[in-house]
Design a protein around this ligand. Sequence first.
Ligand code: ATP
Length: 280
Amino acid sequence: MISKAYAKINLSLDIIGKQENGYHILKMIMQSIDLYDIVSVEKAVEGISLTCNKSYIPTDDKNIAYRAAKLFIDRYKVESGVKINIVKNIPVAAGMAGGSTDGAAVLKLMRDLFKPEVSNKELEKISVEIGADVPFCIEGGTVLCEGIGEVMTKLQPFKDKILVVVKPNFGVSTKEVYKAFDLDKVAKHPETKELIDAIKKDDLDFICDNMKNLLENVTLNKYPLIKQIKRELMSMGAKGAMMSGSGPTVFAFFDDMLQAQRAYDQLKANYKEIFITRTI
Ligand code: ATP
């Protein structure tokens, strides 16, 4: 069984409070993009084994895909084991839910292999255990995610918008970024309702002018290079540029493919992980 596991960007990321257990209460518009890992799962006699084309990705229970398989086996009392392979294309520690999407793909593939009667809704419910972004990755598309990310409202599709995605040559720890975030210092929150209305109207101009990610307050100050990448993309004709999730990846919307290609060509020399893609 084989499947594409899509990355995401945030069209908005708002933080509205903190739970007693330390988790932040979020309100974010998540959007799948056409950049993906390829995940395959096959039956094995027993145990879970995982291989990946990138040597720096953990292959034990530190890998979310591994934990997804373990969760599925325990929850549904599966008698056999599985062999998982991941072809990694999504930048790692980048704010693009790379690990979560592999976990989501494993859950869906194992459902198809062992328990076809299990619904996406049920998988989403159990998947919060392995990561707050995993339910979104099971759902995909354009979704308002609230709570710690698991309370989902499907939005109108916002497809086929051209993007250039740039991952600076360093990663950031999501945990550290949230730890450094100070809600008292926020001057302005994202206008989530207005952004949702704009998605309904397929109004890319409004999205570009008003998209907002509160975690930029932390990551942009710590890494000025992210600001510079945003500026560079804007000077190359982007309609809007923003950091995704906890960063450091920056995405920029372009009106046409030619401009996107020019920006890609100019930045390619400096950034190894750069992609032209689109919303899906
Ligand atoms: P998010 O947007 O959900 O915060 P991210 O893109 O910032 O995710 P990931 O790419 O998921 O972060 O990786 C974060 C850490 O998780 C890395 O240090 C990596 O070693 C580990 N990890 C575990 N499983 C995976 C996986 N399947 N793919 C990539 N990284 C993984």
